[in-house]
Write a protein that binds this ligand. Structure first.
Ligand code: HEM
Length: 286
């Protein structure tokens, strides 16, 4: 009857699309920031929130958004991600019903799609947890290492070699910052556009050690304005990884398909979903 009190707010796909649209709007809202887009740092937030997953203990992952709290917020790998969390506060204020864990992963999806990447199917269902659910330091990859470390870290999350290479293509986006990781510079000439350029450059350019006082990284011999991390270079040193790098360098559609699958999987690691249906959001350019 009409005297029944309203139940809790039940968001629909349209409500999540509104959140998507508000994230899309803030991406290019600050010309002064980096290359003019918050997109890359929002992708990194979604990845670091999810990449703590351990399939043996079923701990970590995006469910919980525990990077809001120290000690996880202060882990070296998460340096600089406060910027991403802060920028999303405006969206959270406008849609207070969404959990931070759903918001951060949805924002990463919006960032990829708005920067010209593939559609990433996404579903809600993450709940925020408290500080007790913070994961120990050391679960995210260390860029100074090579293929054995990559396999140790990503196999722990449940990924295979092809998936490791596909995920790494996200380094087409964004840049390294000396005041965050210590490394410096972008991987590609268009760090706010999602492409397979990371693989093309890895294979086609000549790379040498950068001569500087910072951590060991590579620079391209021809322009000296691009960079690769030791972990990126391991993808062409290792024969199995290299096969996939070559395939993605040749075929952008293959990369887009595989990236969409593996990024969706990353964002879902360890989440106890009730909803089966995945949403595919409209991009603002559709
Ligand atoms: C940035 C390491 C995998 C997405 C960075 C930075 C480092 C790094 C050192 C620079 C951070 C800074 O100084 O601001 C690694 C290592 C990986 C890895 C060692 C192991 C394979 C990934 C994956 C994704 C990703 C799987 C997403 C699917 C990004 C993005 C940025 C970034 C978008 C740019 C952030 C910005 O511009 O602010 N990564 N990463 N990375 N990473 Fe990775």
């Amino acid at each position: 009857s009409s005297t029944k009190p309203p139940g809790p707010f039940q968001p629909t796909k349209e409500d999540y699309q509104k959140v998507y649209n508000d994230v899309a709007e803030l991406l290019d809202s600050n010309d002064e920031y980096d290359d003019g887009s918050y997109g890359p740092v929002l992708v990194r937030l979604g990845w670091h929130a999810s990449g703590t997953y351990d399939k043996e203990t079923k701990t970590g992952g995006s469910n919980g958004a525990t990077m809001r709290f120290a000690p996880e917020s202060d882990h070296g790998a998460n340096a600089g991600l406060r910027t991403a969390r802060d920028v999303l506060e405006k969206v959270k204020d406008k849609h207070p019903w969404i959990s931070y864990s759903d918001l951060w992963t949805l924002a990463a999806v919006a960032a990829i799609q708005e920067m010209g990447g593939p559609k990433i199917p996404w579903r809600p269902g993450r709940n925020d947890r408290d500080v007790a659910a913070c994961t120990p330091d050391g679960r995210l990859p260390d860029a100074t290492k090579e293929q054995k470390h990559l396999r140790d870290i990503f196999y722990r999350m449940g990924f295979n070699d092809q998936e490791i290479v596909a995920l790494s293509g996200a380094h087409a986006l964004g840049r390294c910052h000396t005041d965050r990781s210590g490394f410096e510079g972008p991987w590609t000439f268009s760090p706010t556009v999602f492409t397979n350029d990371f693989y093309k450059l890895l294979i086609e350019e000549k790379w040498s050690w950068k001569k500087w006082n910072g951590p060991k990284q590579f620079e391209d011999v021809s322009s000296k304005s691009l960079m690769m991390l030791p972990t990126d270079m391991a993808l062409i040193k290792d024969k199995v990884f290299r096969k996939h790098v070559e395939a993605y360098a040749k075929d952008n559609e293959l990369f887009f398909r595989d990236f969409a699958d593996v990024f969706a999987k990353l964002l879902e690691l360890g989440v106890p979903f009730k909803q089966e249906e995945k949403f595919v959001f409209k991009a603002t350019t559709d």
